[in-house]
Design a binder for this molecule. Structure first.
Ligand code: FES
Length: 136
């Protein structure tokens, strides 16, 4: 009689914690590097808090592929719009859509995050975008 080898599911990797929720001040953005659970290159992220929600985007402008910060970790975020420091493309902080500037209609690449126990984590789902910051 043939017997199949026992297969046990691999344990789930712990979620990748990015920062404390209270480190994200409403109306501001920070830069972070994060290693995805699946491995690969570090993700260069923009993490921002807008209207109580946490959003994350790759720190790569769709116009010319440059970082959006004007100095390391310093972003122009005004009235719910994130402005690329290189040529002024202006992005909606909620969905990352460019609403003005040289790449109008394109999007920042959203990265899924979730808030749990006062920490912001990379979410395991491949689809965007942030969750409410009220659980922490
Ligand atoms: S690289 Fe961002 S607007 Fe040109």
């Amino acid at each position: 009689m043939d017997t199949e080898p026992a297969v046990s599911p691999s344990p789930a990797a712990p979620p990748v914690a990015l920062c404390r929720l209270d480190a994200l001040v409403e109306g501001t953005a920070i830069a972070l590097d994060a290693l995805p659970q699946a491995g690969g290159e570090p993700l260069d992220l923009i993490l921002l808090r807008h209207a109580g929600d946490v959003r994350a985007f790759r720190n790569v402008c769709p116009h010319a592929g440059r970082r959006l910060d004007y100095a390391p970790g310093k972003f122009l975020l005004q009235r719910g719009q994130l402005i690329c420091a290189v040529h002024g493309a202006t992005f909606d902080a909620v969905d990352g859509r460019c609403v003005a500037g040289p790449c109008r209609g394109e999007h920042l690449q959203a990265v899924a995050v979730r808030v749990d126990s006062g920490l912001v984590h990379l979410a395991p789902e491949p689809h965007p975008i942030g969750l409410s910051g009220t659980s922490g």
